[in-house]
Design a protein around this ligand. Structure first.
Ligand code: WT7
Length: 635
C-alpha cells in the first residue's frame, strides 16, 4: 500500500512529478496494488488526441462491482456500505451492510437478466435518491449493461430525449418521490415520456410513496415481487477494461445533450484513488456527499469511488431545508459524519439563515469538508470554514466535470494549504495548461487563460454516445493535442489555480450545468415567441441565474406580460425541468447581432449584470440601435 495516501506536501510534489514523468508506471502500480482483476492488462495506456482515442489498462478484464462489493465481504461484510437517510426525519435510516448490498445487487442483476437485459444494452434509471438507485446502477454494472441515470428532476421531454438518444431498452423508476413536503409523480412523467420511446420494452417500478399509478400491461411491473423470486447468487460478467460502464448526459452550449461515455477500468482506478486521497477516507469514517446520483458527482463520489474503498457512504433522499434549515447538520450529528461534500449554492442558501440552525448540533465528528460544481465565493467559504468546520476542517474545493469522471484540481486535506476560492493544485497525474486565445500556452505564474489538459487521465470520457465527431469538435479541436475544458482559470504566484468560470455558452446555475441552446429551443416553441437569448447573471444564492431576452411574434401582443412570463417558464419546466427556469424575462424588440447573424451574448450578459457603462465596440453590430432600447427596459 506504498503510495495510496499522500502524507505531506513534499510527497505530493514527489508523487506528482513521478505521475507526469512516468504516468504509465505510476498508474500501473496503483492499479496493481489496490484492485482485483480477472486478467491483467497488456498495455497501460494508449492515446491520440487528434482522433481522439484513449485507452487505459488495455485488454484487462474485470468487473467493477467485484471491486466495489465482493472483495470487501470477507474483511468488512457487516460494515455499512450505504447509509440511507430518508426525506422524512421520522422515518428510520437504513444501514445496508456490504453483505446486504451484495445480496441486493445480485438479486437485482438477476431480475435484469431475466427481463432480457444483456451485456452492452442500455438501461435508463429514473429514480429518487433511494437505495434502489445505487443498487440498480451496480446491478447494471454487474451484468455489463450500460446505465444511463437521468436526474429525477428532469421533465418527461428531457427524459424521452435521453432514452431515445442511446436506445434504452428498459426504464427503472418508482411510483413517486419525496421532496420535503411534496411528492412527485415520477411514474406519470415516465408514462408521458414513453409515448415517444418505442425502444422501451419494460419498466420496473419501485414502490416508494404508495401513490396510485397506472401500470401498462405487458410493459410495467413492480420490482419487489421480482426481487423476492430472484436468486441471491450472481456471477459478475467479465468486462473488458474499455467496455463502457455508463452514459451520463450533460448539456452543451449547442444542440442536444451530450451522452458522455465512461469506461470501466480507468474510471474505477481514478475515482477510487481520488476519493481516498481527497477526502482522506479512513476505515471507520462516515462519508456524506449531498449530490444526487443523477449527476456525475453522485456516480463517482457516492457510489463508485467510496464503495471501491470499502467506505460507508450516506445517501440522502431529502432537501437541505426540510423540515428546516438545520437538516444537513442534524444528519451530520445523527450519523457522526466525518467527510461532508456539498455545493456552494447549498452553503450560500444555508448561510442566509440564522446560525441557531447550525449551533443546535454537534458537528465535532467532521474532519474534511468539500465543495464542488461551481466557484465558491469568499464569503460562503468563510461561513463554511468558521461555522461548519470550526476552523479546523480543511475545505477541499474540487474542480472537475462530467467529462473528466473524477476530481482534477483540489487540495489534499492536511497536505495542501488552502486559500479561499482556489481549487489549488492539479491532482496526481493531471497535467494542466492555460492557453491564450491564439493557442499559445501561458507559461509561468500569475497568468490567466483557458483551462486545458495536456495528457490523458484514466477516468476521462471516451466519447459522446453516437457522435464521436462531436466529441472531437467540442473538446479537442480548440487547441492542438489538448482537452479543452470550457472553463477559464488563473494561476497565481504559488502555482495555485482559481477557476474563473465558463468561457462558452454553458451557464452553471446552482451547480448545474445548463446549456443555453436547449432552453432557448424550449422558449421558442411557445406560440407567441419569435426568438430568444439566454444569459447568466450573478445571483447571491444560485451563483448564476438565468435572464431571458425574448422577442414576441406580434407587436402589440395582447396577453399580459406576467402571464406570458409564467407560460414561458412553464414551457421550460416541461421541456427540461424546473432547474432551468428563468429568473428574469425581458421582452425586447430585437437582439444585438453581428453582421453574420450571431447573437452578441457578451452584450446581453453585460446588460443582465447591470454593467452597461462599458459595452465595448458595438458599431460592428447589424442593429446597434436595439441595444439602447434593451438597456432602457432592463429588469
Ligand atoms: C463545470 C462542470 C464536477 C461535478 C459537478 C459539475 C464548474 C465544477 C467547480 C469548482 C469552479 C467548478 C466548471 C465545470 N465547476 N467544479 N470547484 N470551482 N467551478 O459537473 O455539470 O459537468 O459541470 O462545473 O465550470 O466546467 P458538470
Amino acid at each position: 500500500m506504498s503510495n495510496y495516501y499522500i502524507k505531506n506536501l513534499e510527497e505530493y510534489f514527489q508523487i506528482y512529478r513521478k505521475s507526469v514523468r512516468e504516468p504509465e508506471n505510476f498508474w500501473e502500480e496503483i492499479a496493481e496494488e489496490h484492485f482485483v482483476w480477472r486478467k491483467r492488462w497488456t498495455n497501460v495506456m494508449r492515446w491520440d488526441f487528434s482522433k481522439p482515442e484513449v485507452a487505459w489498462f488495455e485488454n484487462a478484464k474485470l468487473n467493477i462491482t467485484e471491486n466495489c462489493i465482493d472483495r470487501h465481504l470477507h474483511i468488512r461484510g457487516d460494515k455499512t456500505a450505504i447509509l440511507f437517510e430518508p426525506n422524512d426525519p421520522a422515518e428510520k435510516a437504513q444501514h445496508i451492510s456490504y453483505n446486504q448490498l451484495h445480496e441486493r445487487v445480485c438479486k437485482m442483476a438477476n431480475v435484469l437478466k431475466e427481463k432480457g437485459v444483456e451485456k452492452g444494452d442500455r438501461v435508463c434509471i429514473y429514480l429518487p435518491m433511494i437505495p434502489e438507485l445505487a443498487i440498480s446502477v451496480l446491478a447494471c454494472a454487474r451484468i455489463g449493461a450500460i446505465h444511463s441515470v437521468v436526474f429525477a428532476g428532469f421533465s418527461s421531454l428531457a427524459l424521452a430525449t435521453r432514452i431515445n438518444d442511446c436506445d434504452c431498452k428498459m426504464v427503472i423508476t418508482s411510483d413517486g418521490s419525496y421532496r420535503g413536503t411534496k411528492t412527485i409523480d415520477l411514474k406519470g412523467i415516465v408514462d408521458q415520456s414513453l409515448e415517444t420511446c418505442p425502444g422501451i420494452k419494460s419498466v420496473l417500478v419501485v414502490k416508494r410513496t404508495g401513490a396510485s399509478i397506472v401500470m401498462e400491461k405487458g410493459r410495467d411491473q413492480w420490482l419487489q415481487p421480482l426481487l423476492d423470486k430472484a436468486s441471491s447468487k450472481n456471477k459478475a460478467e467479465i468486462m473488458d477494461a474499455e467496455d463502457p460502464l455508463f452514459i451520463l448526459y450533460t448539456s452543451g452550449s449547442t444542440g442536444k445533450p451530450k451522452g458522455m461515455v465512461h469506461s470501466s477500468a480507468g474510471y474505477m482506478v481514478f475515482t477510487a484513488y481520488t476519493f481516498k486521497n481527497i477526502f482522506n477516507y479512513q476505515e471507520d469514517d462516515v462519508y456524506w456527499c449531498t449530490a444526487d446520483i443523477g449527476w456525475i458527482t453522485g456516480h463517482s463520489y457516492i457510489v463508485y469511488g467510496p464503495l471501491a474503498n470499502g467506505a460507508t457512504t450516506v445517501m440522502f433522499e431529502g432537501i437541505p431545508t426540510y423540515p428546516d434549515h438545520g437538516r444537513f447538520w442534524e444528519v451530520v450529528e445523527k450519523h457522526k459524519v466525518t467527510q461532508f461534500y456539498t455545493a456552494p449554492t447549498a452553503i450560500r442558501a444555508l448561510a442566509k439563515e440564522n446560525l441557531s440552525f447550525v449551533d443546535k448540533y454537534d458537528l465535532s465528528s467532521l474532519k474534511v469538508l468539500g465543495t464542488v460544481g461551481e466557484p465558491i465565493n469568499e464569503e460562503a467559504w468563510h461561513w463554511y470554514n468558521n461555522n461548519i468546520g470550526k476552523n479546523k476542517s480543511p475545505i477541499v474545493d474540487t474542480w472537475w466535470q462530467t467529462e473528466t469522471g473524477g476530481i482534477m484540481i483540489s487540495p489534499i486535506p492536511f497536505v495542501t494549504p488552502t486559500t479561499p476560492t482556489f481549487a489549488t493544485l492539479p491532482f496526481i497525474g493531471v497535467q494542466l495548461a492555460l492557453m491564450d486565445e491564439r493557442g499559445q500556452e501561458l507559461m509561468g505564474k500569475q497568468v490567466e487563460g483557458r483551462l486545458c489538459i495536456k495528457y490523458p487521465w484514466p477516468s476521462m470520457a471516451r466519447t459522446i454516445w453516437g457522435d464521436h465527431k462531436r466529441y472531437y469538435d467540442t473538446y479537442f479541436s480548440a487547441f492542438e493535442n489538448m482537452y479543452f475544458t470550457g472553463d477559464g482559470a488563473k494561476r497565481d504566484a504559488v502555482g495555485y489555480y482559481r477557476i474563473t468560470g465558463r468561457v462558452d455558452d454553458v451557464i452553471i446555475v446552482s451547480g448545474h450545468n445548463l446549456g443555453t441552446a436547449p432552453i432557448e429551443d424550449a422558449i421558442n416553441e411557445h406560440p407567441a415567441v419569435a426568438e430568444s437569448a439566454i444569459v447568466g447573471f450573478p445571483h447571491d444564492v444560485k451563483g448564476n441565474a438565468l435572464y431571458g431576452f425574448v422577442i414576441l411574434k406580434e407587436i402589440g401582443e395582447s396577453r399580459k406580460p406576467e402571464n406570458l412570463r409564467k407560460e414561458i417558464n412553464q414551457q421550460i419546466t416541461e421541456h427540461i425541468g424546473p432547474i432551468a427556469k428563468l429568473d428574469k424575462i425581458q421582452f425586447v424588440p430585437g437582439l444585438p447581432k453581428t453582421r453574420s447573424g450571431k447573437i452578441m451574448r457578451r452584450i446581453l450578459r453585460k446588460i443582465a449584470s447591470k454593467e452597461t457603462d462599458n459595452l465595448g465596440d458595438i458599431s460592428t453590430l447589424l442593429n446597434p440601435e436595439v441595444v439602447k432600447a434593451i438597456i432602457k427596459d432592463a429588469l
